[in-house]
Design a protein around this ligand. Structure first.
Ligand code: HEM
Length: 496
């Protein structure tokens, strides 16, 4: 009986404390309710399934385009769509905003100490070594040849056969497989040959998909201890993740061992142009090499395909824009698009930028403050805070892009002044206003390779085929690690 009374009193006391907490509600300038102790956890959980939209709405209401979300039992998150803050985080005070342990914990099982998941010396040594792969010379002599082969021998035949057979294909899937082939050839010097739609995708591709999706979902667990406990017990999604990671690691290690053998027979590694050969030549051990190339495959595979998928859909809604790309390509295509032609395709580049403004392949990206700081808009940052810059929200801010932010208008990327001669000139837009490739010292190292690839594919496909979506519903944007279109982009293909 006494136990029961004690329990009842405790229950009433807790209820009383909770009511007092809820009465102490404060509301930030962006109308985000926050309570002592539990912060904004209630609102966060209510909006967990629609964080993109929720953050974007709150940021629009915030005078500084920055919001702070306090959590229960979790570090608080500062989210910003303010270009000055972005410059401060990514460049001016770069060393105070590393990825940090909470981030590297999330992806550590999959990516280990690879470039995408490391800070400090471990990051900078990989960045230096990899930079050779991305010089103009390497792009012209190595990457462009890979692209040319993949388009001519695989992409065009696959689309021709779909057109002749009148089949519906998932264009997002085609572009994903294409990008996977390309990034594996560039990073590993290995050809997965997965563009043949009649064959199942290799296990490695599926394992990458599963591992990336589950790792990304770890970040949205309301209490981080939950996934850590599941990992410890090896149950549920964590069990699936472990299996997928094993497949990725084993497959890549096998490729590394095969490459080592080839190099032993072939002698000098220094003339081999793929990234794997460069890392091996630098004398890194097998595990470090494995982690490095996995990061490159992750970074390069779904990003370009996501950007192109959204562009092809946007073009189907904006025929005048598609016509202008065709004009640009037709002027160049007598002998097929060459490397120099691609560099000149500024209208196609503007279309890609405009598609990525609205649908950025990396919707958000977070750092963790090493020390207390104050952002340029006055937001106080505490050591350990998660600080997120938010390309998806930034592309939808009236303050950043003007009243017509929701229109697909490639022309906004050109200078308005007519005194540049007859050829329109692309504007130089600050990468802190448009951080889809990140910015500062850690700006995407594959940016030029990505534009080369995307221009080549868009030009080569559009000049030969019409891409006609079969579904009229507005597609849904899913962020995860890299964004994609929910359910893919189902299209019919018609020869021009
Ligand atoms: C449209 C295409 C692409 C977009 C939008 C994009 C975007 C980004 C973003 C936002 C980051 C920063 C991520 C972070 O630090 O958490 C990044 C980093 C990176 N990207 Fe890309 N990327 C694209 C294509 C590529 C390609 C084709 C490659 C080449 C294989 C590549 C290689 C990398 C690497 C290695 C990093 C890590 C750089 C570092 O930390 O120093 N990316 N990219």
């Amino acid at each position: 009986m006494e136990m029961l009374i004690a329990f009842l009193i405790l229950f009433l006391l807790l209820g009383f404390i909770l009511i007092q907490i809820l009465k102490l509600k404060t509301t930030s300038s962006s109308n985000l309710p926050s309570y002592p102790l539990i912060g904004s956890t209630l609102s966060f959980n209510k909006n967990r399934h629609r964080l993109l939209q929720w953050y974007t709405d709150l940021l629009r209401k915030s005078p500084s385009q920055t919001i702070t979300v306090d959590h229960l039992l979790r570090r608080r998150t500062i989210i910003t769509a303010n270009p000055e803050n972005v410059e401060h985080i990514l460049k001016t005070n770069f060393y105070n905003f590393p990825k940090g342990k909470p981030f590297t914990d999330l992806l550590g099982d999959l990516l280990g100490g690879g470039i995408f998941n490391s800070d400090g010396e471990l990051w900078s040594s990989q960045r230096k070594l990899a930079s050779h792969e991305f010089t103009m010379r390497s792009l012209r002599e190595f990457t462009f040849e890979i692209l040319r082969e993949e388009v001519k021998n695989r992409l065009v035949p696959v689309l021709s056969s779909a057109a002749d057979g009148g089949r519906t294909v998932d264009f997002q899937e085609v572009l994903k497989r294409f990008a996977f082939d390309v990034v594996c050839k560039v990073s590993l010097g290995w050809d997965p040959d997965c563009l043949d739609l009649t064959r199942p995708v290799p296990d490695l591709v599926n394992a990458f998909d599963v591992a990336a999706a589950i790792s990304a979902r770890r970040a949205t667990e309301p209490v981080q201890a939950v996934w850590k406990l599941k990992r410890l017990l090896n149950v549920g999604s964590e069990r699936k993740l472990r299996e997928a990671i094993r497949t990725v690691h084993e497959s890549v290690s096998e490729i590394i061992r095969a490459k080592k053998k080839i190099l032993e027979i072939g002698g000098d590694v220094s003339d081999k142009k793929d990234l794997l050969s460069r890392f091996l030549a630098a004398g890194h051990d097998e595990e470090a090499v494995r982690d490095s190339v996995i990061s490159f495959i992750m970074a390069g595979r779904d990003t370009t395909s996501a950007a192109m998928t959204w562009l092809f859909w946007l073009l189907s809604e904006n025929n005048d824009v598609e016509e202008k790309i065709l004009e640009e390509v037709r002027n160049k295509r007598s002998l097929g698009l060459g490397f120099e032609d691609l560099r000149e395709m500024s209208y196609t580049k503007a279309c890609l930028c405009e598609a990525m403004r609205l649908y950025p392949p990396v919707a958000w990206d977070s750092k963790h403050a090493a020390n207390n700081d104050v952002l340029p808009d006055g937001t106080r940052v505490r050591r350990g805070d998660k600080v997120t810059y938010f390309p998806y929200g930034m592309g939808r801010m009236e303050k950043v892009w003007g009243q017509d932010w929701d229109e697909f208008k490639p022309d906004r990327w050109f200078e308005e002044e007519p005194n540049y001669g007859t050829k329109p000139v692309l504007k130089s837009v600050s990468s802190f206003k448009f951080p889809v490739f990140q910015a500062g010292p850690r700006v995407c190292i594959g940016r030029e390779m990505a534009f080369l690839q995307m221009k080549y594919v868009v030009g080569s496909v559009l000049s030969r085929f019409e891409i006609i979506p079969v579904c009229n519903n507005r597609p849904v944007f899913i962020p995860l690690l890299t964004a994609h279109m929910a359910g893919g982009l189902k299209v019919k293909i018609k020869r021009r």
